[in-house]
Ligand binder design. Structure first.
Ligand code: AMP
Length: 571
């Protein structure tokens, strides 16, 4: 590692978090000054004031829906100062996997500066604990989308693509970025499965140099090694013969990969083959066995990614798992500065210089109850409200976090869940987290059958004749017995313990919960559908509830359903 002064970055972060309040005031002032001419702010009567008190008095807390008409005008090509002082030239498209539909969000060079700050900071802390040696490489399961145009001619791509293709980002992050072992043609490849195969092949070719393995969200690392279990013999064959598999059909991906496979390498192929043969019963510890110098595995591992931790730990053996940072297409929020903490205990320290942050107590969402960064209380849950350089003012990002403590004077946040209820028929209230816990609990019954829930989602199904009921979809890694799956279904039903659900179930205003088992590979099809519709696999998060707006996903699930069980828990 050259050119990267991690100590300086850490010192700067310490100084900023020690004086979080001052930095928050300054950041707000800067944002409001630079964007004072924006129509949105003008209409709210701020009249040039930039202090937090006037700001809160004039500007309402909003959701995406409130800002959508302004964003649509920008995307339509209106270059007048709408949300920002300077015109927006690029848009990001959020994954949309948590809300059901992608959202357009402004993107700018100023935003990249904030991303660089977070990325450099977390890298500095990480590299202090797990230094990456000179010539060290990383195996990154990263997939960038192609850029397209909005109706008004603005460039649009996923935020990860916008960031990765920005020259400003490339220059600033060069010492860190140059570690990735896959060629850019693979990263930008149009076919997810082909790129995944090539990432694995690159990893094997550079196996001795690989020092960490990463993806934006941990789900993609798990998916990569599940794929590895299926294609390892083919990968070995490619290495042995020096000829790339015919499954790679994208021309520039083929030619970039061929440059890496300059000669047949039977020694390497034999070595990997032997290792895989030895592992192939359980694949426990696959990662350190195949990549002997890996120091850690890196990606978002909290929130909806918690489900994949068990499998990831299985592949990782003793290799530490390091959760990355917390952010969204609408703005970055905090960094993980304690990389040695296990993912279950990870918190994110809010970076007071990348936006102005407020916190809306979950217990009382009255606008006036929103508190600023330094006023949050340890142990309380809040919804995050951001103001940042993208022209988002007091914007509810849609996540609930819990304050676990403070680093200097900036809060350490634990990600709790998305704000929305996902399962709700009448007086019942169940969130993504409630569903996750119910699935975890019911899946304990599968252990004896040596089965796992590969992935899951849910749905509220209404029929005109009967009361609505919850449907939980599970993909398993094998076939479960009728008896155990019936029991799992009952346990899911019983685990939704909110009083509204329990009462409704007892009086049958909510029907019996249904567990639908889908074929192996169904959730990969959902990811592929998402990528085919313009999303980036890097940002994909399995939707934990499928609403009517997600018709195609529902179709994939239902056409792959193989069995269904109804709960008898309330009979
Ligand atoms: P998107 O902008 O569509 O890629 O998704 C952003 C959303 O991903 C956030 O609002 C969170 O719900 C989720 N997310 C991002 N980072 C994390 C994290 N570190 N832990 C848990 N969830 C996260």
């Amino acid at each position: 590692m050259q050119e990267f002064n991690g100590l300086k970055v850490i010192e700067e972060f310490e100084a900023i978090t020690k004086d979080a309040e001052t930095f928050q005031r300054e950041t707000l002032k800067k944002i409001l000054t630079e964007n004072g001419s924006a129509e949105y702010l003008q209409s709210l009567g701020l009249n040039g004031r930039t202090d937090p008190e006037s700001y809160k008095a004039c500007v309402p807390i909003v959701t995406y829906k409130d800002l959508e008409p302004y964003i649509q005008r920008i995307a339509g090509g209106d270059t007048s100062p709408i949300l920002t002082g300077k015109p927006i030239k690029t848009m990001s498209v959020s994954s949309g996997t948590t809300e059901g539909k992608p959202k357009l969000v402004p993107f700018s060079d100023k935003f990249i500066e904030t991303v660089i700050q977070i990325h450099k900071t977390s890298f500095a802390f990480r590299n202090r604990e797990f230094p990456v040696g000179i010539n060290g490489k990383s195996l990154e399961f990263t997939y960038k989308s192609k850029k397209s145009k909005t109706k008004g001619g603005l460039d649009v791509a996923t935020v990860t693509t916008n960031i990765a293709t920005s020259s400003q980002y490339k220059i600033s992050m060069k010492p860190i970025q140059s570690l990735c072992c896959s060629p850019k043609e693979v990263i930008f490849g149009p076919d997810f499965s082909q790129s995944l195969y090539c990432h694995l092949l690159c990893g094997l070719i550079f196996r001795d140099e690989i020092q960490f393995i990463s993806s934006t969200f941990a789900h993609n690392i798990v998916l990569a090694f599940q794929t590895f279990e299926q294609v390892w013999e083919e990968l070995c064959y490619d290495i042995r013969t020096g000829v790339l598999s015919s499954r790679i059909t994208v021309l520039d991906v083929r030619s970039a990969m061929t440059k890496l496979m300059i000669r047949p390498n039977p020694e390497l192929a034999d070595l990997i083959y032997k290792k895989c043969k030895g592992l192939s019963k359980s694949w426990y510890g696959l990662i350190p066995e195949v990549f002997p110098n890996v120091k850690y595995i890196y990606g978002v591992m909290t929130g909806s990614m918690e489900h994949y931790l068990k499998k990831l730990k299985h592949y990782a053996g003793e290799v530490p798992l390091v959760s990355s940072n917390y952010g969204a297409s609408e703005g970055w929020i905090g960094a993980n500065i304690k990389p040695k903490l296990p993912p279950e205990l990870v918190t994110y320290v809010v970076f007071p210089r990348i936006g102005y942050f407020e916190f809306l107590p979950v217990s009382d969402k009255t606008e006036s109850k929103a508190v600023c960064l330094t006023q949050v209380k340890v142990g309380e849950e809040y919804e995050v409200v951001v103001t940042n350089v993208l022209g988002l003012y007091r914007y509810r990002i849609g996540d609930v976090v819990k304050v676990m403590g403070f680093h200097n004077s900036s809060p350490e946040l634990k990600f709790v869940r998305r704000r929305n209820l996902i399962l709700n028929i009448n007086i019942d209230k169940n969130t993504e987290k409630d569903l996750q816990l119910a699935v975890e609990e019911a899946a304990k019954l599968l252990v004896e059958e040596r089965l796992e829930v590969v992935d899951y989602t849910s749905l509220v199904e209404w029929s005109s004749a009967e009361a609505g009921h919850y449907v939980i979809f599970w993909e398993l890694n094998g076939e479960g017995s009728e008896e155990v799956l019936g029991e799992c279904c009952n346990r899911l039903d019983k685990y939704f313990a909110d009083i509204g659900y329990v009462i409704s179930r007892k009086v049958n205003t909510i029907g019996a919960l249904e567990l639908r088992i889908v074929r192996g590979g169904t959730f990969k099809k959902i990811l592929e559908h998402f990528v085919a519709s313009g999303g980036s696999a890097s940002q994909f998060k399995t939707p934990r509830c499928v609403g009517p707006e997600n018709n195609k996903v529902l179709q994939i699930l239902n056409s792959n359903a193989v069995k269904s069980y109804f709960s008898t828990a309330y009979q």
